[in-house]
Design a protein around this ligand. Structure first.
Ligand code: FAD
Length: 443
């Protein structure tokens, strides 16, 4: 199957939806592809009671002339202007029905979002130790947790949002443990005063979790249990204590999904895709919006998505007020980054036996002998399992300071029949043999 789009948007979260809607207003053929079965991305998930903004954008998307490809993931790009996507299990119940599609585009908007960052510590692989956003998503998907005792830990505003939602579902939130110290959170709160909407949201979340201990400068150092989580050991100001619980929801803020921008050779600086005033990346015709350009939340994602959609269809004159909103949002990105910077002591949490790459069972004690992600990958298979380094990559970047400097296709697991049919990842795939820099030079 082969399709051509004037504008193709990858990722149907708030950024991708707003980009596709604004691009479709021009009348060109617009495609919106996402690996989930429905539009909404991380936050506007099915099963959630959606805020007014979400309902408004989803209604605009339904009314717009956008070809929607749900349940497909992009795994390769054989040449400039072409992507390959494979149907995911979410779209097709039988793995044998896996199918692929070749997508051709004039303009591409990358809105691939972000995922949670997990840091390894003894016991983090026990059942019921989950990501904060991950547990939240499972509850929205139907997991029953009423009456369960939950510790929420890690860093970032997501913790409060998750705790509030889980409390609303009838759980007992035993503690919210934020690794950032109070000395960094105070100036962050002061900066928020210029954004009344965010202040109101923060107050609302705290009211929803009233009565729950909110510890700053505090994090889990171990999770223990026979077969599944039974208790968490927390540390604060040099003191440790154990808390019996049923779930630990633990995530250290978000890291952008950069696999596709990297594969295409887009310029990346300090861990984020660099874009110009019109969300244009360093690769002509490839734009980027939302979390890959900076972790800034849903409002900024919508603003950037709209600018990208307008710019991709040559209507930049309509983006003036959006550009001002984006400047405000980018201030918030910087404030978030400073406030929730990870404490270096978190690097020392794993013991020699703690698994860092859980797909390939590679422990910390083995990895610390290597000097780069590539070296470790070649010798230990760290990052070569089913998640393709999505979990351990961000962890090793923080713990060992290993930079992810190249991306080899397929960027997401694809079936052997698809790989054989497309040649992605094989000897004749140009993106497989050239470095990002070489690729940039050839495009
Ligand atoms: C539990 C939770 C609560 C949150 N609460 C808040 C809040 O209260 N306020 C706030 O401002 N923010 C909140 N956030 C953050 C918010 O979700 C993000 O800021 C927002 O979703 C960013 O939108 P986005 O479009 O950039 O990315 P996303 O929503 O992450 O969407 C990106 C989409 O792209 C898809 N994708 C990625 N790569 C591929 C590929 N190769 N092929 C196909 N599809 C692909 C992903 O699966 C995803 O569906 C929360 C996040 C979580 C997880």
């Amino acid at each position: 199957m082969n399709e051509h789009f004037h504008v193709l948007v990858i990722g149907a979260g708030p950024a991708g939806i707003s980009a596709a809607v604004r691009a479709a207003e021009s009348g060109g053929h617009v495609g919106l592809l996402d690996d989930n079965p429905a539009a909404g991305g991380q936050i506007w998930r099915k099963g959630a009671s959606l805020p007014k903004t979400a309902r408004m954008w989803l209604a605009r998307l339904n009314a717009a002339s956008v070809e929607r490809l749900h349940g497909w993931h992009v795994f390769g790009s054989p040449t400039s202007g072409v992507l390959f996507a494979e149907r995911t299990g979410l779209a097709s119940p039988a793995a044998e029905q896996a199918d692929f599609i070749e997508l051709n585009y004039d303009k591409l908007i990358l809105a691939t979002g972000a995922r949670e960052r997990f840091l390894p510590f003894p016991g983090w692989t026990l059942p019921n130790v989950m990501g904060a956003g991950g547990l939240d998503a499972m509850v929205r998907g139907g997991l029953r947790i009423k009456g369960k005792r939950i510790v929420v830990a890690g860093t970032g505003p997501l913790l409060l949002a998750v705790a509030a939602h889980l409390a609303h579902r009838g759980t007992q939130i035993l503690a919210i443990c934020e690794q950032a110290p109070l000395s960094r959170l105070r100036p962050f709160a002061m900066r928020l005063l210029t954004q009344p909407g965010k202040v109101a949201q923060g107050i609302g979340l705290r009211i929803a979790t009233r009565g729950t201990h909110f510890y700053t400068g505090c994090w889990p150092v171990a999770a223990t249990g026979r077969g599944r989580l039974e208790s968490v050991t927390l540390q604060r100001r040099g003191k440790q204590w154990e808390l019996p619980c049923d779930y630990l929801a633990c995530g250290y803020h978000l890291v952008p999904n950069l696999e596709l921008p990297r594969l295409l050779g887009c310029g990346i600086h300090e861990g984020f895709v660099t874009t110009d005033k019109w969300q244009q990346t360093s690769i002509p015709g490839v734009l980027c919006a939302g979390e890959p350009t900076g972790i800034g939340g849903v409002e900024l994602a919508i603003v950037e998505g709209q600018i990208a959609g307008l710019a991709a269809t040559g209507r930049v004159e309509k983006a003036d007020d959006l550009i001002q909103k984006r400047t405000r949002g980018q201030r918030f990105v910087r404030a978030l980054r400073e406030a929730f910077e990870l404490d270096p002591r978190l690097r020392a949490l794993p013991s020699a036996e703690t698994l860092v790459c859980r797909c390939e069972d590679v422990p910390f004690g083995v990895l610390r002998d290597y000097t780069s992600a590539r070296d470790a990958k070649l010798h230990t298979r760290c990052g070569m399992g089913a998640c393709q380094g999505r979990i351990c990559g961000a962890a090793t970047e923080f713990v060992f300071g290993w930079a992810m400097d190249s991306m080899r296709p397929p960027i997401l697991p694809a079936s052997l029949s698809t790989l054989a049919a497309t040649g992605v990842g094989g000897a004749h795939d140009p993106s497989n043999t050239t470095s990002n820099q070489n690729r940039r030079d050839t495009l």
